[in-house]
Design a binder for this molecule. Structure first.
Ligand code: MBD
Ligand code: FE
Length: 312
C-alpha cells in the first residue's frame, strides 16, 4: 500500500521550511543539501511505507553508531570511502594527474605522529614471539622512474589478531606504526610482523547492519600507507597480502588488483642484512610511484578527524 503525500504542497512547503529557504541566515550549500537529503528520506518513507517503529529504530541506530565510535567503520562498509576514491580518481583523470600507484581508502584506524626515522624502522615491539617476521621494503620513484629521496612513508597495520594499537589499548604506544624517510635512492624498509585480517566488532553497530544485509564484516590482511613528498600528489593506499580468503571479498571494498602483493619467505634478505636483521624472513615488497604536481593543496592528506591529529 502506498500512501502518496510527497507531491502535496503541504510536504513541499514543509521541506522548504526545514531547509531554512525562507530565512536569510545560514549556509546556502548546507540548505540545498539538507533540502535534498530530507526530500530523499521522506521519499524513501513513502516508497517503502516505512512505519514509525522502523523509523525510530533507524534514528536511534545512528545515535548508537556514534556512541560506539563506529561512524568511520560503517562508512567504508557501505562503500562511502570507495565511492569518494572513485570520484577522486575521476578528478585526477580530468586534471591530467592520473597515473602512479593506485590510491585506496585510508580507513578509520590511522594515528598521527608515529615515530619517524631515516631509511629503516622496526615496527613491532618484539612481544609477539609466535608472529611471522616480515621485511617490508620498496622504492619511491616518480613516474619516470627517478628515485624520490626524503619522501615520508607512513605505514600502519594490525597485529596477528587483526587489532590496531591505540584502538587496542593492550598494545604499546605506536606499535606497528612508523614513518620512514626514504634514503638517497628513494628506498625504505621496515621490520615488522605479519598482520592478520580485520573483523568488525561482532556486537557493534556496523556488524548489526551488515548482518541484515547478509554480509560479513571482514577485511583481508593489509598494510596501510601514506606517502608524501612536497611537489608530488599525496598518496593514500594499502597493500593486500595475497592468498587471504578475503583478498577479493573485502567488506570495505579497498582491494585493487595492482595492490595485491605476494609475501615471499627467504632464507637471506639482502635488505634485511643491510639493516642488521639476519635469519629467515618474509619479504613484502611494495614500490611506489608518485605523480608530480605543483598544486600545493594536493601535497598533503585531506583533512578529516584522525586520532592524535589536531586540525585547525
Ligand atoms: C580497517 O583496518 C580498515 O583498514 C578499514 C578500512 C576498516 C576497518 C578496519
Ligand atoms: Fe586497516
Amino acid at each position: 500500500m502506498t500512501i502518496e503525500t510527497m507531491r502535496s504542497s503541504e510536504v513541499k512547503e514543509l521541506l522548504e521550511k526545514i531547509a531554512g529557504f525562507d530565512k536569510a541566515g545560514g549556509d546556502e550549500r548546507v540548505k540545498k543539501i539538507v533540502h535534498r537529503l530530507m526530500h530523499d528520506i521522506f521519499q524513501i518513507i513513502e516508497d517503502f511505507d516505512v512505519t514509525p517503529e522502523e523509523f525510530w529504530s533507524a534514528a536511534y541506530y545512528v545515535g548508537e553508531l556514534g556512541a560506539n565510535g563506529e561512524t568511520g567503520l560503517l562508512a567504508p562498509g557501505l562503500g562511502m570511502d570507495r565511492y569518494l576514491d572513485i570520484r577522486q580518481d575521476a578528478e585526477d583523470e580530468q586534471a591530467g594527474l592520473a597515473g602512479g600507484t593506485s590510491r585506496t581508502i585510508e580507513g578509520p584506524l590511522y594515528v598521527a605522529g608515529a615515530p619517524i626515522s631515516e631509511g629503516f624502522a622496526r615496527m613491532d615491539d618484539g612481544s609477539d614471539r609466535e608472529a611471522e617476521v616480515i621485511l617490508i621494503k620498496g622504492q619511491v620513484t616518480d613516474d619516470k622512474g627517478a628515485p624520490i629521496a626524503n619522501a615520508v612513508v607512513d605505514i600502519w597495520h594490525a597485529d596477528t589478531k587483526g587489532a590496531y594499537s591505540f584502538f587496542d589499548q593492550s598494545q604499546t604506544e605506536y606499535h606497528l606504526r612508523r614513518r620512514i624517510k626514504t634514503d638517497a635512492y628513494g628506498r625504505y624498509a621496515a621490520q615488522s610482523i605479519m598482520p592478520s585480517g580485520y573483523g568488525c566488532p561482532p556486537e557493534g553497530s556496523t556488524q548489526k547492519l551488515l548482518n541484515l544485509l547478509g554480509r560479513h564484516g571482514r577485511r583481508p590482511a593489509h598494510i596501510h600507507y601514506f606517502v608524501a613528498k612536497p611537489g608530488f600528489k599525496h598518496l593514500t593506499t594499502q597493500i593486500n597480502i595475497s592468498g587471504d580468503e578475503y583478498t577479493f571479498d573485502d567488506f570495505a571494498f579497498a582491494t585493487r588488483e595492482e595492490l595485491v602483493v605476494d609475501a615471499k619467505p627467504v632464507e637471506h634478505s639482502e635488505t634485511a642484512a643491510k639493516h642488521g636483521v639476519t635469519g629467515p624472513i618474509t619479504e613484502v615488497e611494495f614500490n611506489v610511484v608518485l605523480v608530480a604536481t605543483d598544486k600545493a593543496e594536493l601535497h598533503e592528506r585531506h583533512a578529516r578527524r584522525r586520532a592524535l591529529e589536531t586540525t585547525e
